[in-house]
Design a protein around this ligand. Structure first.
Ligand SMILES: [Zn+2]
Length: 217
């Protein structure tokens, strides 16, 4: 009887559906404990359903999260098995257990679903700035991770510094011009983004808008 109780690390695979969105989670090496796995899944649904509803209701209804110890970054989004896939390094979560809102940033990349990345039509700084703007807006517990958009501008930073620096600029700009981020996101997805869009939406060219933002900091 005892011989049957052979415990060993088993691959985890599960699937959950909420509001028409199916998330498949795979953790082949069983790297996350059940609590962390639950937090990751909860954070995904909490963020993705709202990001999707607010920015792109046509965004994928199938998503995957894959835990990959061989990946040495933090997390990234790509395609795998025909579904938008968030790959996460479990080592990062082991060292930063409160950084679960990295999923909120990555989930926004699935919502974005832009046709290109890092060129004039889809600048990388803006893609990452929007994802961090979304992390701030839809995150469950950014404070626990010590994560926040900066309230000050440092020497050498620009509108196109990207990530949190651009995210804070977008948040301020959205406050001045409601609907701006949604318009930028839609233009990036539809392939007609250009610097002129900032002028159309705010009455100011991008460098002038940044200068106005810097004055308030
Ligand atoms: Zn990103």
């Amino acid at each position: 009887m005892l011989a049957l109780l052979a415990f060993h690390a088993a691959a985890f695979e599960g699937s959950q559906q909420r509001e028409g969105v199916t998330l498949t989670s795979r953790d082949p090496g069983d790297a996350l404990d059940a609590t962390m796995r639950g937090r990751i899944i909860e954070t995904f649904f909490s963020a993705y359903l709202r990001e999707r509803a607010d920015f792109h209701p046509g965004a994928p209804t199938q998503a995957r999260i894959v835990i990959d110890p061989a990946y040495d970054g933090v997390a990234f989004v790509g395609e795998g098995d025909g579904a938008a896939t968030i790959t996460i390094n479990p080592g990062w979560l082991a060292r930063h257990p409160d950084d679960v809102d990295l999923v909120t940033h990555e989930a926004m990349h699935i919502v974005q679903g832009y046709p290109e990345y890092a060129n004039e039509r889809v600048p990388g700084w803006l893609v990452e700035g929007i994802a961090d703007y979304a992390r701030d807006r839809y995150g469950r517990d950014n404070a626990a991770a010590g994560w926040a958009l900066p309230t000050a501008v440092k020497d050498g930073q620009r509108f196109d510094t990207g990530y949190r620096v651009t995210g804070a600029f977008l948040k301020w700009s959205e406050g001045q011009h409601p609907g701006l981020v949604k318009a930028l996101d839609a233009a990036l997805r539809e392939g007609h983004y250009g610097p002129a869009l900032w002028t159309q939406r705010t009455g100011m060219a991008l460098p002038a808008l940044w200068a106005a933002y810097v004055k308030t900091r």
